[in-house]
Each structure stands twice: as structure tokens, then as C-alpha cells.
Design a protein around this ligand. Sequence first.
Ligand SMILES: Cc1cc2nc3c(=O)[nH]c(=O)nc-3n(C[C@H](O)[C@H](O)[C@H](O)COP(=O)(O)OP(=O)(O)OC[C@H]3O[C@@H](n4cnc5c(N)ncnc54)[C@H](O)[C@@H]3O)c2cc1C
Length: 464
Amino acid sequence: MSERPVVVLGAGVAGLSAARRLRQRGRRVLLVEAQDHPGGLAGGIQLGGDVYEYGPHIFHTTDPVLLADVKALMGDELLPYERTIQIKFLGGYFKFPLSVPDVLLKLPVTTVIGAGLSFVWHFVKGALVAPEVETSETVLKRYYGDVLYRLFFRDYITRVWGVPPSGFSPSFARERIPRLNILEFLDKAAAGLRRAFARGAALKTEGFVEKVEGELWTTRRGFSLICERMAEDFLKKGGELRLSTRAVAVRRDGARATAVELEHGGARETVECAGVINTLAINEAARMFSPGLGGEVEAAAAALRFRAIVFVGLKVRRSKVLRASFMYFREHSFNRITDLSHFGFRIDPPGTTLLVAEVTCDPKDPLWSDEALVVEEVVADLVREDVLARGEIAATHVFRARHAHPMYLLGYEAALKTLLDAFASLENAETAGRQGRFQYVNTHVAMKMGFDAADRLDARLPRA
Ligand SMILES: Cc1cc2nc3c(=O)[nH]c(=O)nc-3n(C[C@H](O)[C@H](O)[C@H](O)COP(=O)(O)OP(=O)(O)OC[C@H]3O[C@@H](n4cnc5c(N)ncnc54)[C@H](O)[C@@H]3O)c2cc1C
């Protein structure tokens, strides 16, 4: 093959999907990944035979084409999974999504009455008066009322994201937190009460839960196995994958990307290209162009921020530690912890499990750089919470995601538009994925973004 390759930057699920699609279309493709394995956020970390997930990651989609593709890749390795979630709050454990009985029975009566009145007041006020400045705070108060907003959202969001909801664009609340529709609320409350009287048990309502649609899937080695199968499929189709290789610059001639500069083991190489699909953080990718894309793009790139996560993985000498697969906490160094034994992972030796605690932070925080500190904080909190004893811990590991969550801060839309416009103005470049489009999406959407970017670029490039 003598034609220049399309270079795909990043082998997360978006890059893997773009690369696979371009090979299907008969393009020569070079897929470049900084880490020593494919998968990005969904690829997990392999340590001594164990797979620790960032998260972990569950595959789900209602898109029949995407599901069929993953099923074809995985065969009987794809396993159905049912998730269970608990939130520790005000000294008690609440089921997630929040249920009305939990809220009614576990919160003080005065708080419940206050929450109900405040919910009605903000609901009516929101319908009549538009706020001067719309932020995630004004949206959440309209959805839940002031009392529930303060109880469940304000401090939690501030802690996890380092910024209060008043500093977030309204789209953060709109995209991440479903609206509590009053009719739906009353309907669910009534249905829940009926159940409560019938069984003397709790009534249920769905609350603020990220939209997870369709059946849930995992594998014995988590999402990392899906990523491996995607990479194998790409290689089988004749693609070229370079691991432990960092893209450091994209050369351009006017509106055409002409070459990508790569770094591997300290050595630099320039690869001339037919086009580029970026799946790296859009602001970092925009800064890679040489010559640069201009002052406005520079300023926009500086305005976007990502929230980082330090993951503390613990190998524990017990077959199961947590009573739910995911547990959320407000008062600890970590905001979420998962027990991988709930996911059907293969964990050796028998009688052990893997826990992953997620500590959100800024890369300037000591928790990001000081491994001993973050491990100690997590372990001390787990012991204090009576989740485990220090003696049960067989090993600890720290791994990090610098670009875990795009932060939808007030005004981010204008900066993002500038960056997307800059990419759109290039004749042979596309940007895709969670980082590449700065969108808080799950794997199936990142895959679709990769496929779509490949189709768009393929349509624009001449045939050899
Ligand atoms: C904690 C957490 C839990 C999640 N749980 C789920 C879940 O359960 N289900 C779900 O569907 N989604 C989940 N998601 C979302 C999911 O991780 C993402 O949507 C998806 O993995 C994004 O894929 P991507 O390819 O767009 O980005 P990434 O996975 O970030 O891929 C970008 C790739 O680029 C590489 N890279 C970076 N810089 C360079 C460079 N200079 N040169 C070369 N390569 C580079 C990175 O190493 C990475 O591999 C979760 C996300 C997080 C943070």
C-alpha cells in the first residue's frame, strides 16, 4: 500500500471505531495510541493478571446496529449484567435511583415537608419567571426545589467537580440529571404508596440518574476485552496500530493536514497523511497544529477544562466486599467505589476481589501526584466506613485519567464552538469522541461518533 494513511489519534472506543470503519471503506489507516494497550477510558488497566476498570464500564445501547456489531465481535464472551447502586447519605444507605420511600422514610418529617413545599414553589415559579442568568443551580432548583437541591446536589457536585452548580452551564444539569416531572413524580409517588400499603414496604421513584438505556453488558475481563476485540478486528482488516506512541504535532498547509509528528521511546517520526481523525481532548489537539490555528483558537483551547480522576485499585482477600456493585459517598476522599466481583470478572485466586475507588480532583491537587497520600486517604476512609480491615488488603494500585470528565462550566459553549469550527474549516480533519467533541457521553455514543467521523472523512477524501 503506497497511499498515505489516514492517521487516527487515540485508540479509545471512538478511535478504534473510526479506524475500523475507515478500513472497511478501504482506506489505509494508522491508529496511534499513547498507552501500551488500546481502549482509553474503557480499556482498564491490566496489573499482574488482574483487570482494574476505570469506573468500571458497562456496555449498553438501544442502537441495534451498534449492539449487533459488538455482539458479532464478542460472541458468547458478552455477558448480561445487572447493576445495583447505593448512596451513603446522612448516615444511611439510599438506593439509587432515589426512591420516594427512601426519601420519605429516612429524612426527618420537617425536611420532607419543607422539600415538598419548596419543590412546588420552585416548580410554579420556574414556569412563570425566567432566571436572570440560567446556570445548573437554577435548573436544579426548578427540577427539585431548593431543599432537595441543597441536600442531594449542591455539596455533592461541588465536591466531585470542584465547582458549585452555580458555576456550571445549564446544559450540565440538563444533560446529566433528568427532570423530575411533577406528574411523573405524583404518579410514581402514588404507585409507590400503593406498593407500600400492599407490602408494608417502600415506594419507588426514579430520580437523578444518568440515562443508561438498553440491556447492560460486560465480559469476564470487563470492557477491556471488547476493546481488545475491536483492535484485533482492525488489525485483521489490515490496519496498523502503534501503541506507546504519542502524537505531538499535526502539520498543516493552509486548510489541509499534511503530516503527524509522533514520539515513541524518545524518538520522533513524521508520518505524511491523507487526513486526520482526532479523538484526543479537543483543546489539546487544536494546540498541536503547526502552524497554529490562531489566537482565538488558542484562547478557546485554554478556556476548556477537564476533571481528572485518580483510581485507587485494591486487591482484597474476601470474595465480595460491597453489598452493591456501585456505592456513592459524599463524605469520603472517593465519591464512588465499585466491587468488581459483582460484575462476573475472573479474579484469581478464588476468595479475593478487586475494589476500585474513584477520587475526582484537579491535576494540581496533591491527591493527583502523591500516590502514598491518595492510597492512605482511601484506605483510611474504607476502614472508618467499616467496609474492610487493613489486614484484608493484599495489594494497592494507583492509576489516573487526566481527561475523565469534560466540565460544562458557564460559557464553555462559545469556546467549544470555536474549536469545533476550527476543525470543520480543515479539509481533511475530523474530531470525534468524548474528549474530541468535549461531550459527556458513554461508550456507545463515542463509538457512533467514531463511525460517523470516518464516514464524513471518507466522503471528502479523493480515491487513489
Ligand atoms: C469513571 C468513568 C466511568 C464510565 N463508565 C461508563 C460505563 O459504564 N459505560 C459507558 O458506556 N461509558 C462509561 N464512561 C464513558 C466512557 O469512558 C467514554 O465515553 C469512552 O470511553 C470515550 O472514548 P473515547 O475514545 O472518546 O475517549 P478515550 O477513551 O479518552 O480515548 C482517547 C485516547 O487517546 C489517547 N491519547 C491521549 N493523548 C494522546 C496522544 N497525544 N497521542 C496518542 N494517543 C493519545 C488516550 O490514551 C486514549 O486511549 C465512563 C467514563 C468515566 C470517566
